[in-house]
Each structure stands twice: as structure tokens, then as C-alpha cells.
Design a protein around this ligand. Structure first.
Ligand SMILES: [Zn+2]
Length: 209
């Protein structure tokens, strides 16, 4: 059984200073770490609070993802939709795959889970086929919103410094890519996904009222 929240806190801060700060880790020595270690310090780890505050969309009636009011439509079929973020960001392309019905990852039926696996592969293949894109990173956190959403981050070719998990941080640091370029690449992924998996590319869906 994992540690209780209090046990986890005590263990994790075993070597913390008087303010509850742990030291910098080997992560700051990674060649892909986006910050210089000089002057950098780790924030204090807060004591655990349980039960946790509800996530957005815990109640499907107020869920923005159920209302399909988020992002820019890239592709859809009867059960899934792929969207781009409302605004471009530092990574060449950031897409989100969502179920149309209100599920979290662990709620999916085996059939939906199989579809999700295939869609992750097809969407990744489409993203990695774009010129000047080296990799499609795939992430599911689920701590912000309760409605299942899988992130795809396109990693630009030639930037090995942007490899790995820190691309999600770089995405927030770098100047946004031009909207027309981002929109064109997102539309291309929608077309490729429709061709390889089925479904419809583009903004054909009507938001339910
Ligand atoms: Zn929802």
C-alpha cells in the first residue's frame, strides 16, 4: 500500500531545510532542464489536504469539455474529438483528444479503451509525419479537468534541447508559433487522421446548447 499523505510528506521532506524546502535535484543538471540552477530554489512542499478540492467538470452539468466549448476543432467521429488549443503556444502544435461523453480514463469500457489506443497511435503518426516535427509527445495528467483529455505536444525537429518532459514547460516559455502556421498544421493532422482512421476533419461539429 502506498504511504498515507502524512507519511508521504514526512518522507519526502526528510532532508528539507528549516523552511521545508528540499534541495535542487539531479534534474537541474539535465542538459534539457530549461533553467539555470544559480538562484533557483524549490518551493516548500505544502502539507497534504484531504479530501482534495473537486476538479473542473467533476459535475458533468458544468463541464466545458462536455459542452464542446473549448479549443479549435481538428477532427471528430461519433465518440471522440481532437482539438487544438484556443491560442497557439511555444510548441509547434499542441492538440487534445477528448471523449465526447463524460468519462475519465479509468471509466472507459474496453471497447473505448481500444479506440483510444488506436487513436493515440494514428494521431501521433499524423503529427510525426508533419515536416519539421521530430516527435509527438503524449501525456495524460487529468489533475485539472475531470473529463478525459490526452495531450499531444509536437516537438520541433533539430531541438534536442526540447526533448522529453520539459517540452511542456518550454511550451509556456517560448514565443507562440504563428497562428496561421499552427492552424494549417492542425488541419493537416485532422485530414490525415480522417484518412487513416475515419471520422471527419475540421470544424464540422455543432456545439450542443
Ligand atoms: Zn465532461
Amino acid at each position: 500500500m502506498p504511504l498515507t499523505p502524512e507519511e508521504f510528506f514526512e518522507n519526502a521532506t526528510a532532508f528539507a531545510d528549516d523552511e521545508g524546502r528540499v534541495g535542487l535535484s539531479r534534474m537541474t543538471g539535465w542538459e534539457i532542464f530549461p533553467f539555470e540552477p544559480d538562484g533557483l530554489r524549490v518551493v516548500s512542499l505544502h502539507r497534504p489536504e484531504t479530501p482534495e478540492a473537486p476538479r473542473h467538470g467533476q459535475d458533468p452539468k458544468t463541464c466545458r469539455s462536455c459542452a464542446a466549448s473549448d479549443g479549435v476543432a481538428v477532427w471528430e467521429n461519433d465518440a471522440w474529438r481532437l482539438i487544438a488549443m484556443s491560442e497557439p503556444s511555444g510548441a509547434p502544435l499542441v492538440l487534445m483528444l477528448l471523449s465526447k461523453e463524460h468519462f475519465d480514463l479509468v471509466d472507459l469500457s474496453d471497447d473505448m479503451a481500444a479506440q483510444l489506443g488506436q487513436l493515440i497511435v494514428h494521431a501521433s503518426r499524423a503529427i510525426e509525419s508533419l515536416e519539421h516535427i521530430a516527435r509527438a509527445h503524449v501525456s495524460r495528467w487529468g489533475d485539472g479537468g475531470a473529463h478525459l483529455h490526452i495531450f499531444f505536444f509536437a516537438r520541433p525537429e533539430g531541438f534536442t534541447q526540447l526533448r522529453g518532459t520539459c517540452l511542456a514547460v518550454w511550451d509556456d516559455l517560448l514565443a507562440p508559433v504563428p497562428r496561421d502556421v499552427r492552424d494549417r498544421d492542425a488541419a493537416r493532422v485532422g485530414e490525415l487522421l480522417a484518412a487513416s482512421y475515419g471520422g471527419t476533419a475540421g470544424a464540422s461539429q455543432e456545439s450542443p446548447t
